[in-house]
Design a protein around this ligand. Structure first.
Ligand code: ATP
Ligand code: MG
Ligand code: MG
Length: 353
């Protein structure tokens, strides 16, 4: 059996490792964390820092192919691994483009995928100037490393520029125009080593306190809008030469116009319902991509709803579970506020459309 290496040891790595094990692969996890959730379902775990060239080299030599569940792995670390002759999938391009919101939005727009208007911000003074050109209301976001709404501040007035700049830590940022969206959806797409692409039905996503709370399929949008979103995500995967799963988030305007928000070059929380509701789920599909296998059928069989268990919600009393709740817990040792602990997928019945 071949060995698949996964960079990152969180819940996404854990679910990827389970899917890989089902397909007969051994999995090794690389994570700076001691006792990461993914390590406990894998054949082994390397504990070392992201920039430890010696450890990365040793890890790569123990694997046949390497993938990732954490998108902020430095491109330099990927290059260290590639020096051993082992491939990292997806490639460095998907990482470098998505790691910086400025590069990401510029790339999307350049490839015919419109986003919210945005401006580069390097000082509080830049915010006041940009705000006027964006209609007076915007979202300030650090260019790098934000997630779950961290590193963001809404700006409603030029007088709030200093406060917003301080709130995000006075870091290189972008200011985006505030979008009055009807709803948010995401498209999960998988691209194989031969360039074959498949996508899943786009879930409708809702957030609470900046964190994804639930994803529901069907989205309730027209087939035309869904097909356009899927085509855009597949086009993005092609343009990146991406291999594996990728998730592209969209704002949907009341008239059906799609504005891309951001993409993740990996499996994604908004696709956690796919294993229960579709012929092939995102984790299995990603492993198929990385292993160089043909892709599975993404056909959706059920209407479904996925709810995240955040913080104390992860301390689930099994007695409260409904018979059709499919529970996934991430095996985290401690429930902290805002921490993703698990999720429940509920099949709502056979697909109706
Ligand atoms: P994630 O956990 O998805 O990686 P993130 O921290 O990278 O989140 P975004 O996805 O950019 O942040 O924003 C989080 C949420 O904030 C969005 O899903 C949306 O609900 C809201 N939001 C972000 N940007 C805008 C905008 N320009 N206009 C309106 N709402 C926005
Ligand atoms: Mg994000
Ligand atoms: Mg997002």
């Amino acid at each position: 059996g071949a060995t698949i290496g996964i960079l990152g040891g969180g819940q996404l790595g854990r679910m990827l490792a389970s899917a890989a094990a089902q397909l007969g692969f051994d999995v090794l996890i690389y994570s700076p964390e001691d006792d990461p959730p993914a390590g406990r379902v894998a054949a082994g775990a390397f504990q070392a820092d992201w920039d430890d060239a010696e450890a990365l080299t040793e890890f790569a030599q123990a694997c046949d192919v390497i993938t990732l569940e954490f998108e902020n792995v430095a491109v330099a670390s990927v290059e260290v691994i590639e020096k051993t002759g082992k491939r990292v999938l997806p490639g460095a391009k998907s990482l470098s483009v998505s790691q910086d919101r400025m590069t990401e939005k510029t790339f999307l727009n350049a490839h015919g995928i419109p986003t919210a208007p945005f401006r580069e911000i390097n000082s509080a003074a830049d915010i006041s100037a940009a705000l006027a050109s964006l209609g007076g209301k915007g979202v300030l976001k650090t260019r790098r490393e934000g997630y779950d709404g961290k590193g963001q501040a809404w700006v409603y007035d030029a007088a709030e520029a200093e406060k917003a700049w301080a709130k995000i830590g006075a870091m290189p940022a972008i200011l985006e125009g505030a979008i009055a969206f009807e709803c948010e959806i995401s498209v999960l797409v998988a691209r194989s080593v031969t360039g074959e692409t498949t996508s899943w039905a786009p879930p409708r996503n809702s957030h609470e306190n900046g964190i994804l709370a639930r994803s529901v399929v069907p989205s309730g949008l027209s087939k035309a809008v869904e097909d356009e979103a899927r085509a855009k995500a597949m086009h993005l995967a092609d343009e990146l030469g991406h291999v594996g799963v990728l998730a592209l988030e969209f704002f949907v305007l009341p008239d059906g116009t799609l504005l891309a928000n951001e993409f993740a070059p990996r499996v994604h929380n908004s696709g956690h319902w796919t294993p229960e509701a579709c012929q092939t789920g995102q984790f299995e599909q990603h492993i198929r991509c990385v292993a160089g296998w043909p892709l599975g059928d993404t056909h959706r069989l059920f209407d479904a709803e996925m709810a995240n268990l955040i913080g104390d919600e992860g301390l689930v009393d099994p007695a409260t579970l409904k018979a059709n709740d499919v529970l996934t817990l991430y095996g985290k040792r401690e429930a902290r506020p805002g921490r993703k602990m698990g999720h429940i997928t509920r099949r709502l019945g056979p697909r109706k459309d």
